[in-house]
Ligand binder design. Structure first.
Ligand code: FAQ
Length: 331
């Protein structure tokens, strides 16, 4: 007869599937859509990848605001290409999330109903052209620091999507830096505009990395699964270390009086982030949350005819392809 102690052993022993999942992760190999994976791993990935996709799609809005007002044809063409890239990133990411068993419709429904999260950063306004520079330099800069390690995420479709996304983000960051550099070499008014934009975007870009490690409920498990490779605070620190020399080249002041090099820790000490503001933005109370969601909702409704037409076109094309190969006649 099996004793209760034996039963608990039987229950706790990892199944073959669990064992091979753990081995793949431990050996830095990739989990692919058809592999067995723990439910919680699947859920975490759907959560993170769909939030990331929504961020790219909502993230088109603050910059989309400037497409018609970019100061030259060249700037307009570059900005349009950047915003299109962001749409593309959203689509790769939705596709990666779909490989985990969720649907595009479900994800879009959650976004439109205000039930899904997207990055806090996209709830801030873009009142001046310099905001395009600050978004490129700071927001895309933060995105690169956060996302390069995701190219090594344990889930194959996510990691592969991130490789291309990071290449494009790198171009985005440089175009933002170049907008700010041009403004900083211009008139006093242009320099003030650039500094003002950096003053407004600096702290929200630091908050993008997520709450401090001791308030980040998902980090420890995500790092064990090798989805995340570094903690929120480590990446934030790395980002600040990258910004300081670039700010010097620009001649821009980072708006943190407590920012200074610490010889002992070999990194920058920095001031306190306003976490109350961050959590308010997450609750939907940021300066532009309502506007961003409303715009997405309207675009979704106005785009219904495009989705219907595309679905109909796909249906008719596959029917004519079937009848051309004879399979339509056989059925
Ligand atoms: N905003 O336990 P953790 C871009 C939530 S793309 C809103 O630390 P986790 C490109 C978090 O979801 C920018 N919510 O969570 C671009 C969680 O809530 P939940 C997006 C945030 O997942 C540039 C709760 O707080 N990038 O910029 C934020 O381990 C220019 C507790 O947090 C990505 O999505 C936030 N900032 O770490 C486009 C990268 N931070 O889900 C246009 C992939 C945290 O439990 C223009 N994502 N939360 O209800 C990640 O690396 C991670 O998901 C983190 C959060 C680091 C964002």
């Amino acid at each position: 007869m099996t004793s209760p102690a034996d039963l608990s052993l039987v229950h706790d022993a990892p199944s073959d599937e669990e064992h091979s999942f753990d081995e793949l992760v431990a050996n830095e190999q990739r989990i692919e859509p058809r592999d067995w994976m723990p439910d919680a791993y699947r859920k975490t990935l759907i959560r993170q990848i769909s939030q990331h996709a929504h961020s790219e799609i909502i993230g088109m809005q603050p910059e989309g605001n400037w497409i018609t007002r970019a100061p030259s044809l060249k700037r307009k063409a570059i900005l349009m290409a950047k915003v299109q890239d962001e749409a593309g990133h959203g689509l790769y990411l939705y596709s990666a999330a779909q490989t985990l068993g969720t649907t595009r419709e479900e994800m879009m429904r959650q976004l439109i109903d205000g039930k899904a999260k997207y990055s806090s950063i996209f709830n801030y306004p873009t009142p001046t052209w310099a905001d395009m520079g600050a978004i490129g330099w700071l927001v895309d800069g933060a995105a690169i620091v956060n996302q390069v390690p995701l190219c090594r995420a344990s889930y194959g479709p996510y990691a592969r999507a991130m490789v291309r996304i990071c290449k494009e983000e790198s171009f985005h960051q440089r175009q933002g830096f170049e907008i700010l550099l041009t403004l900083m070499q211009g008139t006093d008014e242009q320099r003030e505009m650039a500094q003002d934009a950096v003053n407004r975007w600096y702290w929200p870009s630091l908050a993008m990395f997520g709450p401090p490690d001791d308030q980040s409920p998902n980090s420890a498990q995500s790092m064990k699964w090798k989805i995340k490779r570094f903690s929120n605070d480590d990446l934030r620190q790395r980002f600040v270390g990258m910004l300081v020399p670039q700010a010097e080249i620009l001649g821009i002041t980072l708006p943190d009086p407590d920012l200074k090099w610490n010889d002992e820790t070999q990194q920058y000490d920095m001031g306190e982030i306003d976490w109350d503001e961050f959590f308010e933005v997450l609750k939907g109370n940021g300066p532009c949350n309502a506007e961003r969601l409303e715009r997405r909702r309207t675009a979704h409704e106005e785009g219904a005819w495009v989705r219907e037409a595309a679905a109909e076109y796909a249906r008719v094309s596959s029917r004519s392809a079937r009848s051309a190969t004879g399979s339509g006649m056989a059925s």
